[in-house]
Design a protein around this ligand. Structure first.
Ligand code: A2P
Length: 264
């Protein structure tokens, strides 16, 4: 029996998958063609879905590519009975992805006041918006040093971030600033690794600062962005507030911003 064919809903982009890479049985990345009229700010997210039903399911995905890229990259979890990811994890090159037209989000340079250092705190697929921001020249105009923190359950879950840093260091546009001014700080909670522990514990104990040879976070010099699970956001927010940082928004820039890593 052939698969039913559904019409693409009105008002959405219909794009082709150009690349798929599976990292673990829980994580994969993929890229799609970029509509020529589609503009976004590095760090924003967009709603994507599959044309596999009369009323397709859309989920918010952070765009992991920089705003100047010709394609759009996404980094996703795979959930066996996840409404979208149970199907999305099976996509192949040339399959169709549908995408709503309007990107949005708070993990953008505009929502932060300038500062000396920018800390990007992520767990799991929460690294995706930062994959965009660390390749945007504007980020390096606004901040002297960028610290990309990525904490995961297992060592294999760090591979996406490690590949990302390698690619960013070789990038003709930002490679030089990335090599000189980006620090990559990784930790793992459920395997043996050189840095063990949740990012929240590493911040509270001060280990992250001694490892990186940096002063404790202060509201004069440091800015933060947070992306992870609801619990991770709550706990990391409260630590940043104890350091004196306050939450910003697009229309009210301040010293830190948060966004949930949406896909479940
Ligand atoms: P842990 O292994 O101790 O649960 P997940 O895949 O569940 O989103 O977790 C990704 C990473 O985030 C894991 O290393 C996990 O640690 C960590 N994590 C989970 N909850 C929190 C939290 N409230 N604050 C900081 N890190 C967290």
């Amino acid at each position: 029996m052939s698969e039913p064919v559904f019409e693409i809903p009105a008002g959405v982009f219909s794009e082709k998958v150009t690349f798929v890479q599976h990292y673990t049985d829980r994580l994969f990345k993929f890229r799609i063609s970029r509509p020529s009229s589609f503009r976004f700010r590095s760090g924003e997210f967009v709603m994507i879905g599959l044309p596999n039903a009369e009323k397709p399911i859309f989920r918010a995905y952070s765009i992991a590519s920089p705003s100047w890229d010709e394609e759009l990259e996404f980094y996703s979890i795979k959930v066996e009975d996840g409404p979208l990811t149970q199907h999305l994890q099976k996509i192949k090159i040339n399959d169709t992805i549908i995408m709503r037209r309007k990107p949005t989000g708070t993990l953008v340079n505009d929502a932060l006041l300038p500062g000396k250092r920018l800390y990007l705190f992520s767990t799991g697929t929460g690294i995706a918006p930062f994959a965009s921001l660390i390749r945007d020249p504007e980020t390096y105009e606004k901040f002297e040093t960028i610290i990309l923190c990525h904490s995961c359950r297992n060592v294999d879950d760090l591979k996406y971030g490690q590949d990302l840093i390698k690619l960013a260091q070789e990038d003709p546009l930002v490679g030089e600033v990335v090599s000189k001014r980006l620090k990559h700080y990784q930790s793992v909670t459920r395997d043996k690794f050189e840095v063990k522990g949740r990012i929240t514990d590493l911040l509270r104990s001060g280990k992250i600062f001694s490892d990186l040879n940096l002063p404790k976070i202060s509201n004069c010099e440091d800015r933060g962005m947070i992306c992870g699970s609801m619990e991770m956001l709550k706990d990391t927010k409260s630590i940043l507030e104890d350091f004196g940082l306050t939450e910003g928004a697009n229309n009210n820039p301040s010293t830190y911003v948060v966004e949930r890593a949406f896909v479940d």
